[in-house]
Write a protein that binds this ligand. Structure first.
Ligand code: ADP
Length: 303
């Protein structure tokens, strides 16, 4: 996984504040997050040998983030501790409905550049999959995707947060694009919120050169479109308490399923199951299911 590490500063609120409104939060917690690190934890907890490559600042947050990944365990030798800046931070509010609002402050994530690609390159020699997100500069993501493609690994991009509605320069270097409804809407310029609009969006994205597109539709499930096939994989019904990082759990479940040799629709089902389990617990990385929980959940819900 090449990408972001953040310290999440999270609190619960009765509802998401409107612009200019002050709302009283409660249950303040500081937990490890960042889309990159979340994806790495999702993968490693599902039993996939995982390395995280990225940057933290020379501060306590950075040291805590690295130690947390090591305890999973995740290989962290190529995470650069950048003394010139602070670690990435995300300010998260989670409403009683499970809805959330996130403000990311890039810090060290924003400094990821070509020197980090030099750290990525040797790791690619042993890798089968490279997971990317856009919480680091898009120029670095572009270089990483190119390096991944050149090394013959399967490259998966979660386009969050959308930095530009035009990702076409990335498309030739990735194999899977995993937007959620909001990101898909930003990329296509119309509201994507259900199966019909997801189909139209996937077709438009592929016309622009996107590879296999999997649009995550929250509690509804996920729609996929490869160059030759398409389908909808419904979500599992759970009591959601916190949907932060469901998409990262999805990326981990999907990749673990593909690594296990499953057909795409079944690997997406693993993604949906990992996302559903992540929604049932507060926090990002702590909410990622392990292999036994995922298998038990699938056994209970699928026949
Ligand atoms: P992101 O976290 O990237 O915004 P989504 O919210 O669409 O992505 O969640 C990713 C996946 O997690 C969904 O496709 C779905 O399978 C699962 N998921 C998310 N929210 C829920 C929920 N409330 N109930 C069941 N599954 C969910």
């Amino acid at each position: 996984v090449f990408g972001s590490l953040n310290m999440d500063l999270a609190s619960r609120v009765p509802r998401i504040p409107t612009p200019g409104e002050t709302i009283l939060g409660s249950e303040f917690v500081t937990t490890a997050g960042g889309k990159g690190a979340n994806q790495a934890v999702a993968l490693a907890k599902l039993g996939v040998a995982t390395q995280m490559i990225g940057r933290v600042g020379g501060d306590d947050f950075g040291r805590t983030l690295i130690a947390g990944l090591q305890s999973v365990p995740i290989q962290t030798d190529n995470i650069f501790i950048d003394p010139s800046t602070h670690s990435g931070v995300a300010l998260i509010t989670v409403a009683e409905t499970g809805e959330n609002q996130i403000i990311g402050i890039f810090g060290a994530n924003g400094c990821v550049d070509a020197t980090d690609i030099a750290r990525l390159q040797p790791a690619l020699a042993d890798a089968q999959y490279l997971l990317l997100q856009l919480e680091i500069p898009i120029a670095a993501v572009q270089l990483a995707a190119q390096a991944g493609k050149a090394a013959g690994v399967t490259v998966i991009l979660d386009p969050a947060p959308v930095q530009t509605p035009d990702l076409t320069a990335l498309y030739p270097h990735i194999d899977f694009l995993l937007p959620n409804e909001v990101e898909a809407s930003q990329l296509v310029g119309f509201d994507v919120h259900d199966l019909e609009t997801a189909k139209t969006a996937a077709t438009q994205l592929q016309r622009q050169g996107a590879p296999t597109v999997i649009i995550k539709l929250g509690a509804k499930g996920a729609f996929y479109q490869t160059p030759s096939a398409s389908g909808f994989v419904p979500a599992f019904t759970v009591a959601a308490v916190d949907t932060v990082a469901c998409g990262d759990a999805f990326a981990g479940g999907l990749t673990a399923g593909l690594l296990a040799g499953l057909p795409l629709a079944n690997a997406i089902q693993w993604g949906n199951a990992a996302g559903a389990l992540a929604a049932t617990q507060a926090g990002a990385q702590v909410a990622m299911p392990d292999k036994a929980s995922l298998e038990q959940f699938l056994h209970q819900h699928c026949n």
